[in-house]
Design a protein around this ligand. Structure first.
Ligand code: GLN
Length: 490
């Protein structure tokens, strides 16, 4: 039955519709694959019984002719999405035993459309990280390895579990979130497709908050079309999130395969950063050539404030995190460590419940928001954020979409950057800009480096223009013909 796990989401949905197999068969195949891949540590909670119940219910709906758009498709859920009655931890000790009494809007939308939940996926603690190494449950190992090497590589982060599970065929697609690159960088490191939609496209309700003005949910999938299918279901207005946009959701799949002839594609010169490996520049050049061939006009553009994006992000994100994480006080939910008085309970709970990286963010965030430093750091970062958004506004008068690499390197080794936070933060250099500006960004695999590791290209779009992003991604996917998979060693 392992062939069933090799299907794309679209292929599986077509197979279910044609009655080639049932959702129970498809789900069982994935449950077996997950059991055989525990060494990757992608799932931190498997829910096989619930999955089989959902699959049986799906088969019953289909028999009655009532199948929804994702009916019977088994998916993984990043453990940042609250799932009713199913433990949700944000991969932190402080939420180790937290069982939500409610379901996030995004996952509710997926179940409404018939999808099946296989379990909860590993991530960096509170989604803070670029390598999945800050997880309380330990790192995820990337299914990819360099040629002739047994060295364990990171799948990227924070959605490392989601990306690894999709790459290793442990689900047909997964939910993920992206505050500064956490959908796109793991997608690039694992040869998968990930899209962070426009801020407000997907509801944040029931998603454990990291930095509320930057956080967005989105899918990680095997193909551009699969990502479009998942985003169709995940999107939509939600009155429970005041920043959710009240706009219609187009059928994103209609844009995949659409001609890109005549589109103007921007190539920002500031993204040619020092020390970028030649192979990444080459991949970017390939992307430009493919789009030219498909009839696009390539325009060199300038996004002059790009160099300030990373420092601004690493002020705004921790500032919001320090505020959002104030709720973990040992009183309302999650861990409580006893103490002689209230202040001691807070201190003991937070000292024992949060990991080092989370504490670092809380310290930075509290510092940049404190009296005397607020103007110099936080306010300044907000002004830079505005300038970055204006750079993009300016670009949109000249181009329809922007092409960049997703990350400055291929997947690196576990442990390689974990003792140097600045080196880790540099991973996000190409991805944080879209979060600061609220724009959609998609990463798709476009080639392999000399070590046989996948590399990703990023397409950035205008606000709410995921459609064009999907069209451009479809064109690159077709031209790149990327079909490589990790050799199974696990
Ligand atoms: N790597 C970035 C960070 O650590 C982004 C994380 C994310 O997008 N959740 O903040």
């Amino acid at each position: 039955m392992s062939a069933l796990t090799k299907l794309t989401l679209k292929g599986a949905i077509d197979g279910l519709a044609a009655k080639d197999f049932t959702s129970v068969e498809l789900t069982k195949a994935h449950i077996d694959a997950i059991e055989g891949a525990r060494g990757l540590n992608a799932y931190i909670l498997e829910t096989p019984e619930q999955a089989l119940d959902m699959a049986a219910a799906s088969d019953a709906r289909r028999a009655k002719g009532e199948a929804g758009p994702l009916d019977g498709a088994p998916l993984g859920v990043k453990d940042l999405f609250c799932t009713k009655g199913v433990r949700t931890t944000a991969c932190s000790k402080i939420l180790e035993n937290f069982v939500p009494a409610y379901e996030s809007t995004v996952t509710s939308n997926l179940w409404r459309d018939g999808a099946v939940m296989l379990g909860k996926l590993n991530l960096d603690q509170f989604a803070m990280g670029s390598s999945n190494e800050t997880s309380y449950f330990g790192p995820v190992t990337n299914p990819w390895r360099a040629k002739d090497s047994n060295k364990a590589l990171t799948p990227g982060g924070s959605s490392g579990g989601s990306a690894a599970a999709v790459a290793a065929d442990l689900c047909l697609g997964a939910t993920a979130t992206d505050t500064g690159g956490s959908i796109r960088q793991p997608a690039a490191f694992t040869g998968t497709v990930g899209i962070k939609p426009t801020y407000g496209r997907c509801s944040r309700w029931g998603v454990v908050a990291f930095a509320s003005s930057l956080d967005q949910a989105g899918p990680i999938a095997k193909t551009v079309e699969d990502a479009a299918l998942l985003l169709n279901s995940m999107s939509g207005h939600d009155e429970k999130d005041s920043t959710s946009l009240d706009v219609p959701t187009p059928d994103f799949t209609q844009f995949v395969g659409k001609s890109v002839k005549g589109l103007r594609i921007g190539v920002p010169k500031e993204y040619r950063v020092d020390g970028m490996p030649a192979e990444i520049q080459k991949l970017w050049d390939d992307g430009v050539a493919w789009l030219k061939e498909a009839g696009c006009e390539i325009v060199e553009i300038s996004l002059p404030h790009t160099k300030y994006a990373l420092p601004a992000y690493y002020i705004v994100a921790p500032a919001e995190a320090s505020s959002n994480l104030a709720r973990y006080d040992g009183m309302r939910y999650g861990l409580r460590e006893e103490g002689a008085n209230l202040a001691e309970i807070y201190e003991n709970t937070r000292a024992s419940g949060f990991g080092d990286e989370v504490k670092r963010r809380i310290l930075i965030g509290t510092y940049v928001l404190s009296a005397g430093y607020y103007d110099a750091y936080y306010l300044k970062a907000l002004k830079v954020r505005r300038r970055i958004a204006e750079d993009f506004d300016n670009a949109w008068t000249k181009v329809d979409a922007i092409l960049t690499p997703t990350a400055p390197s291929a997947a690196f080794g576990l442990g390689e950057n974990s003792s140097d936070p600045i080196a880790m933060y540099l991973n996000d250099v190409f991805t944080v800009t879209t979060n600061l500006a609220g724009l959609p960004g998609l990463s798709l695999p476009a080639g392999l480096d000399a070590n046989g590791l996948p590399l990703g290209l990023q397409i950035i779009g205008k606000p709410l223009d995921e459609g064009t992003v999907f069209s451009v991604a479809g064109a690159i996917e077709k031209a790149a013909g990327f079909t490589a998979k990790a050799d199974k060693w696990w």
